[in-house]
Every structure is written in structure tokens, then in C-alpha cells.
Design a protein around this ligand. Structure first.
Ligand code: 4NP
Length: 169
């Protein structure tokens, strides 16, 4: 069970209009921009059209570029995220996006606090998409080093591959 409804591989809405996916972490400068980058790369490679964005549950970094270590990690994988800018998640996002994925359990709790009573989005934990990783977090690499950013990339890329598989026809 993801969010408030039974999860199914591809919803009708995702067939009639392209899937729209929002990744949410705390600051929107490390993990969720990496998730955005990994999915953009995988979606382009697979020829799958998607609307992809990322946001933070906090607004401290609004308008900032991703953490330089996240930029470096994305570049190592061929994606330039230097133009991404951080923003805070809003109530409106629950009406705009079909799918909102939290990078860790606290992000999911925080999303549930601002979740409007009625909305269209599937809200869930990102790593629930990855076989064998249900209930696990993409660990925050902010206080870590290159190895931690590499692990974050590996995690979000595994989820990106699962998403592309879900929406490939
Ligand atoms: P993120 O990482 O949630 O993956 O973007 C963090 C970025 C900034 C802070 C914490 C986590 N911070 O405390 O400023």
C-alpha cells in the first residue's frame, strides 16, 4: 500500500497524460535533486516522457543551487544540475503532481502534515519502489562525504530505473 490507495503498476491518468513525479527531501539541495537528475537521465535514455521536479520540506535553501558535492556526483553520471534551484514543497504540489516520493520517513511524515484533505497525488516512500528496499531511506549525505553522495546516487538511480520500468510501454 502506497499512500491512501492501492498501488497499481500504471494508473489510467498516467496513460492519458504523462506521469508527473515530484521528489521531496529536507533541503532540496542533495538527495531530491539527485533523484530528479537520475530520473531525467533514465527517462531520456528510455524515451519515456515524464514531468519531473524536486522540492524540500524545509525552505532554508530556497533559490540555492544544489550542494556542490551533489553537483559533482550528478556530473560524474553525466548530468549537469548546476541550474537546478531549491524550493519548498507546497500544498499546490499535491494537486499538480500524480506522484510525490519522499526520500526518507521523516520527509514522508512532514509531507503528511501539509497534505491537503483531498488531492490527486500518490504519496509514498521512494525506496518502496526498489525490490528489497521497502521501508528504507535514502540516507542524507549532507553531513557525509563523497562515499555517502555516491550511495545516495546509487539509491535514487535504482528508484529511477524502477520508475522508468513502470512507465515504459
Ligand atoms: P537534503 O540534504 O535534504 O538531501 O537536501 C540536506 C540539505 C541541507 C540540510 C539538511 C539536509 N540542512 O540542514 O541545511
Amino acid at each position: 500500500m502506497i499512500g491512501r490507495e492501492k498501488s497499481r503498476p500504471v494508473r489510467y491518468r498516467d496513460r492519458v497524460s504523462q506521469p508527473s513525479i515530484l521528489f521531496v527531501c529536507l533541503g532540496n539541495i542533495c538527495r531530491s535533486p539527485l533523484a530528479e537528475a537520475a530520473l531525467r537521465k533514465r527517462a531520456v535514455a528510455a524515451g519515456v516522457a515524464m514531468t519531473i521536479d524536486s522540492a524540500g520540506t524545509g525552505d532554508w535553501h530556497t533559490g540555492n543551487a544544489p550542494d556542490p558535492r551533489a553537483q559533482e556526483m550528478a556530473l560524474e553520471h553525466g548530468v549537469d544540475i548546476s541550474k537546478y534551484r531549491a524550493r519548498a514543497v507546497t500544498e499546490d504540489d499535491f494537486h499538480k503532481f500524480g506522484h510525490i516520493f519522499a526520500l526518507d520517513q521523516q520527509n514522508l511524515k512532514d509531507l503528511r502534515r501539509i497534505e491537503p484533505a483531498r488531492h490527486i497525488a500518490e504519496v509514498g516512500l521512494l525506496m518502496d519502489l526498489v525490490p528489497g528496499r521497502k521501508g528504507t531511506a535514502v540516507i542524507d549525505p549532507y553531513y557525509g562525504d563523497h562515499t555517502d553522495f555516491a550511495q545516495a546516487w546509487a539509491d535514487v538511480d535504482a528508484a529511477a530505473q524502477a520508475l522508468v520500468k513502470r512507465y515504459s510501454r
